[in-house]
Design a protein around this ligand. Sequence first.
Ligand SMILES: [Zn+2]
Length: 417
Amino acid sequence: MNIRQLEKIDTLFVNCHLCTMADDRLSVIPDGALAVTGQQIAWVGKEEELPEALLKNIHLKARIIDCKNRWILPGFVDCHTHLVWAGSRCREFEQRLLGVSYEEIARSGGGILSTVTATRAAGHAQLYEASANRLTALIHNGITTVEIKTGYGLDLDSELKMLEVIQQLDQSFPVHIEPTFLGAHALPPEFKDDPDAYIEQVTQVLIPRVKSQGIATAVDAFCESIAFTPKQTASVFRAAADAGFNIKLHAEQLSDSGGAALAAEFNALSCDHLEYLSGESARKMAQKKVTAVLLPGAFYYLHETKKPPVQLCRDLNISMALATDLNPGSSPVFSMTLIMNMACNLFGMTCEEALLGATINSAKALGLDSKKGSLEPEKEADLVIWDIETPSDLCYLAGLEPVKQVMIKGGFLDTKA
Ligand SMILES: [Zn+2]
């Protein structure tokens, strides 16, 4: 880069080790330095190679941070959450531990529809407060970009209420938020005998309205035996593509419904869950460069046994991303480090794959990899200083959350450090 073109350096990190995730590898720089100008990274490299011109260009009021030999990694990107909800499913968790089946719980008013009932009943302020507390927890665990889905409203007013809460979170927190419309998450009770009529409502009324308000960037759906068929999902995707939304999909979680191939056909950014992904669908994902988002939290909470085909994804060079899938039923998990630990222990991912999955690959799943997910010049300065011996500690140590400092777009967050 041409240092003479640099604007004044605002923050310079020295005495640190960097794990940049550049070139789809950990790309470790021991004894490194990193310079930030405004909201962007200006320079990354070995401290002893800091350019003279850059040192001369340091702002009078610049912060020079001695990292005391700690590690700097890109902030985590959580590319799949259902963070906005009302109510609790803790009682359901307890019932399942006592052997009550998911079907019995659903029949007695539990399951996803209990969250829909509670979310519909909640006022904007109540929903915002509960969601803000969850978002705060994610940020303090090193997450600097979060995707948030709707899908607990399932009618026009309630889905818009969820999107407005997401918008308010985006305005109130420094973290970058990607809002996703997930109207085709479950069949609302008022349409229980006519799923096609609900899909028509989603494609003809909800998607156009969400588009006109400009409050979502992507459309997602749940293609599964207990949710919507590939044909219904295709209708949703057609409407979403016509309106110019990015496309994402929940598929192949409990069975192979062919959803992943459909996602590839519509050039989806990502296809998520994928325990039952077939070789044929995987090849279509590879062709279209669809990112595979793996969600070990849901696998763990639902006591699933069929693992996603990690080796197949490696063989086909499909990018694997990780996310918390934060939701009240199948993944009430607030920690990306715990998710990485599960990805290694339950799915057989390597520490390097898990770290790439939580950063650059997760940014790919949101179409944000040109701005986020790695420590490279001109990318946004979203980073975390960790008190660890080696990056793999973030996969190996469970429950520690050794965050020392979080920076989002060049600004420091108040943390527990
Ligand atoms: Zn989900």
